[in-house]
Write a protein that binds this ligand. Structure first.
Ligand code: GLU
Length: 561
């Protein structure tokens, strides 16, 4: 129970009317307008409530995925609310940018703000700047109950108060420092009549020894000192503070689970107090630790300033497929996801029994190598049509050269992407769409880079011999076996053996083995020592290009000799 101290004002009703003459609706009206949701037992209502800064941090996506899955898996609701009470942070077009970021990764809200100009759902408006009269109704009600009061202190006066608090364990506007807390109705009226500006403050019950205890779904039981500060609820321009607005909103939008960054834990005593003083049923909280990154043997937060990969836009620009990023986020969210994935190879993520309680308390560790690994796996399972369509979409926006190559001959592009795909052990060369231009570069004359560096036992003089023979026998009508037989047949005439084992037993007897012969051909055709299936590459390049590349290689090695 909250016991007021030093009560002077009695006519709170008159004060409320003086402060909010236009407000006729009461909390009861809003309670009726936004009734409890008609959801099944256990259904959870979660939200993402960003400030419209236009910057979507990987941590936002991570937290949002947790909120989204929590709602989806309980047949609840997930909504987006825009918290624009701090107009300084507002950026034009930000909402769309942020929502598109979420949408790219499959997070589509059922309710709330869905574009810069559109909102859906029965609990709106979902933009705080459009809810001022609602906040004022609750503010008026608090004044009527003697739980809030107008404060006329100027910035200078507040500075003076702060200066006088040297040595005080608790600093701020409270108790005996709260000069306006006990103004009489007449004093308030005189100030208002003379045009003085005011903010509205919470008349916080003072108990400097008090403790709040709450159960965080991720971090467990947390005990903190109670809030004693008379915090500002409404600023002088009537705009609510985040603390006040979010409490009213989470209540009226019938949120059941607040899942947000743990920078808000410090405000929990205040938030719990606000909920109580406003008479709201408490909600459950899950505070998510920031995503961490390893650096110089230590750990630090993934930083907007230092790390390009902190921005969700980075993954979009780099062309990490939606599926890969989602898979990776799940591995970070719940450590048992990978086991589940092994047992449920093709199941959609929505079937994973996600558990808020399994989110890391110390902060999930971001690891680019792991994301790349996960993504290679995901892409290796896609059909060439899928790879083509998705990477083409990406290329149209971020890589016009690739889009142009694709557009010249879509069927050829798909065939190139199909090499070594669809078999039992698909190769894992591509981790993101921006890998593709390099990966397929040798399949296009425009992008093929000659590079005749050899490895293993291959030498330029051996290369000349091999290529001169291969040039004459390569026949694109051969099937794979016939083609390989021909490669083997080159071995003996050039002093190599078709049998790698034999070479290993008596290396001095041979110039090299069939692997070296293949390498020479591979390097001539692709400029690389490691590629997918050389037979498929040869077939797709076609006779003319094969002959030309071999000629160029022979000329190069001859010159080098
Ligand atoms: N608007 C707050 C932010 O951008 C959200 C806090 C919350 O989720 O309660 O950090």
């Amino acid at each position: 129970m909250y016991i007021d101290i030093g009560e002077i004002m009695t006519d709170y009703k008159a004060l409320a009317s003086l402060l909010f003459p236009q407000i006729t609706k009461t909390p009861d009206d809003y309670e009726a307008l936004y009734p409890p949701r008609n959801l099944k037992e256990g259904a959870r209502v979660t939200r993402f409530s960003p400030s419209p800064t236009g910057y979507l941090h990987f941590g936002h996506l991570f937290t949002c995925m947790a909120a989204y899955l929590t709602a989806k898996q309980t047949n609840g609701a997930f909504y987006v609310r825009i918290e624009d009470t701090d107009q300084k942070r507002k950026v034009d077009g930000a909402v769309e940018v942020m929502l598109n970021g979420l949408k790219t990764y499959g997070i589509i809200n059922d309710e709330g703000v869905i574009s810069d100009s559109t909102q859906i759902g029965d609990y709106g408006p979902y933009i705080q700047s459009q809810r001022e009269s609602i906040y004022h109704a609750y503010a008026k009600d608090l004044v009527e109950k003697g739980l809030a009061y107008p404060c006329f202190c100027s910035a200078e006066e507040l500075d003076e108060i702060r200066a006088a608090q040297d040595g005080e364990p608790i600093k701020g506007y409270y108790g005996k420092y709260a000069k306006c807390r006990n103004l009489t109705f007449d004093e308030v009226k005189a100030k208002i009549d003379s045009g003085s500006e005011w903010t509205l403050r919470l008349k916080t019950p003072v108990n400097t020894e008090g403790k709040v205890v709450f159960e965080d779904l991720i971090k467990g039981k947390i005990e903190m000192p109670e809030n004693v500060i008379d915090i500002v609820l409404l600023k002088a321009n009537g705009i609510p503070t985040y603390h006040f607005a979010h409490a009213v909103d989470d209540h009226l939008m019938r949120t059941t689970h607040v899942i947000r960054g743990d920078e808000w834990i410090a405000s929990m005593p205040l938030h719990i107090q606000l909920f109580k003083m406003l008479g709201f049923k408490s909600v459950k909280y899950a505070h998510v630790s920031p995503i961490m990154k390893e650096e110089n043997g230590g750990k630090r937060k993934l930083s907007k300033r230092k790390d390009p990969e902190a921005a969700v836009s980075y993954y979009i620009e780099q062309g990490f497929p939606q599926e890969s990023v989602c898979e990776y986020i799940l591995t970070l969210l719940n450590s048992n996801f990978e086991d589940w994935r092994r047992a449920n190879k093709t199941a959609p993520i929505s079937e994973f029994p996600f558990n808020l309680k399994k989110i890391s308390v110390s902060g999930a560790l971001f690891d680019m190598a792991k994301l790349i690994d996960v993504s290679k796996n995901v892409i290796s399972q896609m059909t060439s049509d899928e790879v083509f369509e998705k990477s083409n979409e990406w290329a149209k926006e971020f890589c016009p050269t690739l889009a142009r190559l694709y557009a010249n001959d879509e069927e050829y592009a798909k065939a190139v992407l199909n090499i070594d795909r669809g078999n039992k052990k698909p190769r894992k060369d591509i981790s993101k769409w921006s890998d593709i231009p390099d990966y397929i570069s040798y399949m296009y004359d425009e992008t093929f880079k000659e590079n005749y560096e050899l490895c293993g036992n291959a030498t330029p003089s051996l290369a000349i011999k091999v290529l001169e023979l291969y040039k004459d026998i390569v026949d694109l009508n051969d099937d794979k076996d016939a083609w390989f037989e021909k490669i083997k047949s080159i071995c003996a005439p050039v002093g190599c053996t078709p049998n790698v084992k034999e070479f290993k037993q008596e290396p001095d007897k041979f110039e090299g083995h069939v692997g070296d012969v293949s390498t020479i051909i591979r390097v001539a055709l692709t400029g690389r020592t490691n590629t997918p299936d050389l037979f498929a590459i040869t077939a797709l390049l076609g006779n003319e290009r094969v002959q030309k590349r071999i000629d160029n290689a022979i000329a190069f090695y001859k010159e080098e000799k």
